[in-house]
Write a protein that binds this ligand. Sequence first.
Ligand code: NAD
Length: 309
Amino acid sequence: KAAVIDGKAIAQVIKDEIKTEVSSLIADGKRAPHLSVLLVGNNPASIIYVRNKALAAQYTGISCDILRIPENVSEGEVLKEIEALNRLPEVDGILVQLPLPPNMSERTVCDAVLPGKDVDGFNVLNVGRFCVNQEAFIPATPSGVLEILKRLNINTLGKNAVVCGRSKNVGLPIALHLHASQNKGSTIGDATTTICHRNTPPDQLRHFIKSADILVTATGIPGLVTADMVKDGVVVIDVGITRILDKNGKARLVGDVDFADVSKKASYITPVPGGVGPVTVAMVIKNTLAAYKNELDYGPWNKSVLPSR
Ligand code: NAD
């Protein structure tokens, strides 16, 4: 029977590490790092996600403000807000909660965030740098998945990894990481990686999943993976989150994997909720501390906007 990965406990360890570091910065007379979150409109799930990020920041000693922007504003007005935050030296991280209203281009808005403050890793410069193995902010959910594998001391070198889902912010970066060369000292990467997506025929999906030593699912399709599809000992990271109504009409969150049965065959498995979700939140905060410390060198891209940093 699989060890159930406790995402809440992993997130707590990460947040405590950040808290210790922030406390010592403040003890040294330095200011606290700061995260600004832009929330456009009233999407109920986004409101909850943003609140969780603000609470996590607060716990670690990182200050956080949430800028609520009405649904009906123009893209230009959102860009102006981002521009203002880009120029404020005391704002270290900027996060634009997605999805945005349909009248805005997510690409344009994400690209407006200064790369060195882009703690969500959605700016095209971060995406590109990451693809060519340069230091970059990595989106929180993929970082969360990698962090879980790292903290379990799983070495992916030479293993078969299968990622179901290829979205730009979730499935694809996870697959890129798993297949890339391992960085010095890292145990993640160098897996033979297969990406499955909505056009992967069901028999092929089954065939590939059966080969997986590490299976990451990020589709939002409950019950996509059943016990008969996986091999014994597989490590299962279930990123999917879907709200369903149970037999009694009560809402609950489920992942993509049939947890009860797959956990009888897997070596490790993440539950939903309480798996990847809490670690994702902690990674946004970790990126904010990295932005504060200017850990990543963006050279002219940041300096052109922020000469004083
Ligand atoms: P998305 O809708 O953008 O992408 C879904 C992906 O699943 C697509 O690439 C699609 O090709 C693939 N897919 C669809 N049917 C498939 C099938 N039959 N077999 C294999 N692949 C199939 O969604 P997303 O933003 O990538 O999110 C995916 C899931 O992860 C959602 O449930 C979302 O709620 C969840 N999510 C969780 C976190 C977290 O922190 N845990 C963060 C972001 C997203």
